[in-house]
Design a protein around this ligand. Structure first.
Ligand code: ZN
Length: 177
């Protein structure tokens, strides 16, 4: 194989872990070094998110316990604008909003979730450069949802116990089929 051929990156779509997979309940570890493996994970997560399609994906969802998220809330007609955050952290938050959420790991379900309306998130970009994002509306929701994943929290953990138990019952029934 020639050098040139080796440079071609093959698109890799990973399996998305679905509730109740235990990895979704685990806490992801901070990334200490942005190695080639982490770069590849980021690329594969982006492919997986766009293929799904989704607007955000956390590493736990592809079974990798590293604090990495990818997201893109750009409207479809405006093309792609991928964002990557490594070791993201909410450093400020204010206000409240309620938004209907769904998740690639929680099949056939969506529900209103109460979140902070505005968040400031700091982290590293894929080159390791510190970045800070001020987000509101949909982007604020996505960032809180994805950072929750890194802490082993799903959006169904943030709804009422009654709604959650109805969903769990439905899933159990489906798994038995
Ligand atoms: Zn999710």
């Amino acid at each position: 194989m020639s050098e040139n051929v080796r440079e071609v990156r093959i698109m890799a779509v990973l399996d998305i872990q679905k509730y109740p997979e235990p990895v979704l309940k685990e806490k992801a570890r901070p990334v200490e070094k942005i190695s080639k493996d982490i770069q590849r994970l980021i690329d594969d997560m982006a492919d997986t998110m766009y293929e799904a399609p989704g607007i955000g994906l956390a590493a736990n969802q592809v079974g990798a316990l590293h604090r990495v998220i990818v997201f893109d809330v750009t409207p479809k007609e405006e093309g792609r604008n991928l964002s990557v955050l490594i070791n993201p952290e909410i450093v400020a938050a204010s206000g409240e909003l309620v938004h209907q959420e769904a998740c690639l790991s929680v099949i056939d379900y969506s529900c209103d979730v109460r979140r902070k309306a505005c968040v400031t998130v700091s982290g590293l970009d894929r080159e390791g450069k510190p970045v800070q994002i001020e987000a509101q509306e949909l982007l604020a929701v996505v960032l809180q949802h994805e950072i929750d994943h890194l802490d082993g929290i799903l959006f169904i953990d943030r709804i009422s116990r009654l709604k959650r138990s109805l969903y769990k019952r439905q899933i159990k029934k489906n798994l038995k089929k």
